[in-house]
Design a protein around this ligand. Structure first.
Ligand SMILES: Nc1ncnc2c1ncn2[C@@H]1O[C@H](COP(=O)(O)OP(=O)(O)OP(=O)(O)O)[C@@H](O)[C@H]1O
Ligand SMILES: O=c1ccn([C@@H]2O[C@H](COP(=O)(O)O)[C@@H](O)[C@H]2O)c(=O)[nH]1
Length: 348
């Protein structure tokens, strides 16, 4: 029983060590500890210098293990106490030290073997476990919903061009910036201050907030269009211009994974000096907290460092329609139409 108890203790120790550090080094370390404990135990049982309490050596080891050795000694001495007529008792059995050793050792060997086996089994199971599967299905199917991301630096003219596309082609225009500003001003919003700070500093609001706002807005649009549709059975194709989004790779990946895959990216390319001039002009009347020289500088930096990699990502996938945004709004729009017709055909 004591061996079992000690075995359990050793098992617990082994499992603790296995979880903490590299498992391959643990069993030998445990073996060393057990050998050390074993030899200490033997020393304790035979040494008179061991501390004694109530006539018994004090030890950290289970008392049943310590009791074995004295029992064997008593059986030898009882033989030598007999009278003279009595034939000498048969010689005491040879010292069973080595046997004892084996008997006391096997539980540890079993524990180590079981522990190592179990550990190897666990590790193998972990290695063979398949990677978690992507079970997410986008909320909207690309066959029912056409999504176009509209990107470009701050002030490139995205909003201006979107307004025209809405008028001529029936797109629904969702500006991520407008949705964030509305959420920022919504009484009781837990994200109000966070959004305010991000916008002022030209930083990107955590994607969960923006993706959720966009998904809700798309859902609202689709359900209100469905309810106003005289023929609900018809195969509607809802068309969205998602303006100023995605501005960061994580947003792009998340949106396409959980909301809807995008058909393409409409990218308005404009030099910084022109964008700055437009924004400073707009700032005279817009009332926007970020249409000032300091915020504009920060927004430009975020655009170059964080948003351009998104454009490059879609460019590599051949999903970008690039338009020069420097000319007048009319000329930019004419170019936009021509390029979208070519890319979308009857989906425009
Ligand atoms: N092609 C253009 N030429 C000159 N001015 C323009 C042109 N397009 C837009 N503008 C003006 O530049 C300003 C910025 O335009 P707009 O708001 O459309 O840009 P944006 O890319 O949506 O900006 P933001 O990213 O800050 O929302 C507006 O005042 C707009 O009237
Ligand atoms: O996906 C987005 C879009 C916008 N923001 C923040 O809003 C401001 C203003 O955006 P505009 O498109 O110019 O209206 C932008 O500078 C960001 O701070 C965002 O975090 N995530």
């Amino acid at each position: 029983m004591a061996a079992n108890a000690f075995g359990r203790q050793a098992w617990r120790q082994f499992m603790r060590n296995s979880c903490r550090g590299p498992a391959v080094t643990t069993p030998p370390r445990l073996l060393q500890q057990q050998q050390l404990q074993f030899s200490l135990r033997r020393q304790a049982s035979s040494s008179s210098s061991a501390p004694v309490r109530a006539g018994r050596p004090v030890s950290h080891y289970p008392s049943s293990l310590l009791r074995r050795q004295p029992t064997a000694q008593r059986s030898y001495s009882s033989g030598s106490q007999g009278g003279q007529n009595i034939p000498p008792p048969p010689p005491p059995p040879p010292p069973r030290r080595s046997n004892n050793n084996q008997i006391k050792f096997w539980p540890f060997l079993v524990v180590i073997a079981l522990g190592s086996g179990g550990y190897i089994l666990l590790v193998n199971q972990r290695i063979e476990m398949p990677p978690p599967t992507k079970s997410t299905t986008p909320a909207f199917s690309a066959s029912d919903v056409t999504v176009i991301f509209v990107l470009g630096g701050p002030g490139a003219g995205k909003g201006t061009q979107c307004a025209r596309l809405v008028k001529d082609y029936g797109f629904t225009h969702l500006s991520a910036g407008d949705l964030l500003r509305a959420e920022q001003d919504r009484p009781g919003s837990q994200y109000g201050q966070l959004i305010r700070d991000c916008i002022k500093n030209g930083e990107i609001v955590p994607m969960e907030v923006t993706v959720a706002l966009l998904e809700n807005a798309m859902r609202d649009t689709i359900s209100s269009k469905k309810s106003s549709n005289n023929n609900p059975g018809s195969n509607n194709n809802y068309k969205f211009l998602i303006d100023g989004f995605p501005r960061k790779m994580d947003q792009a990946l998340k949106f396409e994974e959980v909301v809807c895959p995008a058909k393409l990216v409409l990218f308005y390319d404009c030099p910084e000096e022109e964008m700055e001039r437009r924004l400073l002009e707009r700032g005279k009347t817009s009332g926007r907290a970020d249409d000032n020289a300091e915020s504009i500088r920060k927004r430009f930096r975020t655009f170059v460092e964080t948003s351009m990699p998104v454009v490059n990502h879609y460019e590599a996938e051949k999903r970008v329609v690039k338009v020069d945004a420097t000319p007048s709004p009319d000329r930019v729009y004419a170019d936009t139409q021509a390029k979208l017709k070519k890319a979308l055909g009857d989906k425009l």
